[in-house]
Design a protein around this ligand. Structure first.
Ligand code: NAI
Length: 336
């Protein structure tokens, strides 16, 4: 079956790593018609905005996008493209699988957890104002409906992927109303899933537990801000952002993208690690129902990482993005 997918190469290292993913997906044999659209700070002069309306239209039409990172300038100016995309397409679930590879140097082994981060509200609702010149106020919004949706998504994932436990992360001891509502809702949803173990952990304790014994965790679900912080922290446990894929999923559309940013310090040098976006493209293929090709890509990445012959500089090697990509394509041929 042919799929039409929006491809947003992004800026910084985005074009290099997304080209690597496109080559690998094509080599896996899935028939994809790529609808390539431009977004990011590199295109502000061309379109007068980093997010031309054609980008959202393309995603609405195709329903699935693979996206490279996009630079968000700090301070005033345009709103983050990433936040705008997630909000305008109502991509309520940010999903980040964190997995360790035996060949990649890390203090930990056997980590295999998945973080479900609520993606539309909390302190990211963008409700901020100055009370006076010296006091700013940001409002944290937590709703029962959004909490229910993200917790349900985490449990459904657990059921469909043979996972055993869901851990809800919160700070309900202090934010009794907002996080209290999230936790109450999580407990209610958990009652519908008797075969999955459920526990809840306060976010500060969770940070410590993840650093001490990350291998004990399976599926984690949490509001937006804690998810933002813990998912980057957990990436560090397995060797860095260059390895960790991600998905933003809603009811009508989904965007698959790496966890890392545009890495301006190494852009254009053919040395970025494309693993994160390659694994994101494998998540995308599963979403499209192309599970076999997705598994082949994941397996090839695993073999190349465990062999350790083609590491990019972030993993301590001196291979280029292209050499690493080629190594994965070569393995694909032998995996049925
Ligand atoms: P970053 O993730 O771009 O870079 C942090 C460090 O990790 C840098 O030293 C970089 O070289 C390295 N790194 C990141 N990805 C790598 C890869 N694939 N291979 C090898 N090394 C890699 O984070 P930073 O510098 O905080 O953000 C840069 C820009 O990206 C900012 O404007 C930020 O807002 C944006 N950003 C965009 C995201 C997105 O589009 N989803 C996500 C995160 C940040």
């Amino acid at each position: 079956m042919k799929h039409r997918v929006t491809l947003i190469p992004g800026d910084g290292i985005g074009p290099e790593v997304s080209e690597a993913a496109r080559k690998i997906v094509n080599a896996s044999g899935v028939d994809i018609d790529w609808d390539v659209v431009e977004a990011g700070s590199a295109f502000i002069n061309k379109y007068g905005t980093p997010l031309p309306h054609t980008v959202i239209e393309s995603i609405k039409e195709n329903k699935v996008a693979l996206k490279g990172p996009i630079t968000t300038p700090v301070g005033k100016g345009f709103r983050s493209v990433n936040v705008t995309l997630r909000k305008s397409l109502n991509l309520y679930a940010n999903v980040r699988p964190i997995k360790s590879y035996a060949g990649v140097k890390s203090r930990y082994e056997n980590i295999d957890l998945v973080i479900f981060r609520e993606n539309t509200e909390d302190l990211y609702a963008g409700i901020e104002h100055m009370i006076n010149d010296e006091i700013a106020e940001s409002i944290k919004v937590i709703s029962k409906s959004a909490s229910r949706k993200i917790v349900k998504a985490a449990f459904e994932y657990a059921v469909n992927n043979g996972r055993k436990k869901v851990t809800a992360v919160h700070k309900a001891n202090i934010m009794k109303l907002s996080d209290g509502l999230f936790l109450r809702t999580a407990k209610e949803v958990a009652k519908d899933y008797n075969n999955i173990e459920f526990e809840n952990v306060i976010v500060d304790a969770m940070s410590m537990k993840l650093v001490l014994n990350p291998e004990k965790y399976d599926v984690l679900v949490m509001p937006n801000l804690y998810g933002d912080i813990l998912s980057d922290m957990a990436s560090g446990l397995v060797g860095g952002l260059g390895l960790v894929p991600g998905a933003n999923i809603g009811e009508d559309a989904a965007i698959f993208e790496p966890a890392h940013g545009s890495a301006p310090d190494i852009a254009g040098q053919n040395k970025a690690n494309p693993t994160a976006i390659i694994l994101s493209s494998a998540m995308m293929l599963k979403y499209l129902g192309e599970r076999k090709s997705a598994d082949r890509i994941e397996r090839s990445v695993e073999i190349v990482l465990n062999e350790g012959k083609y590491f990019t500089p972030d993993l301590g090697g001196n291979s280029t993005t292209d050499e690493f990509t080629q190594a994965i394509i070569s393995k694909l041929k032998y995996i049925i």
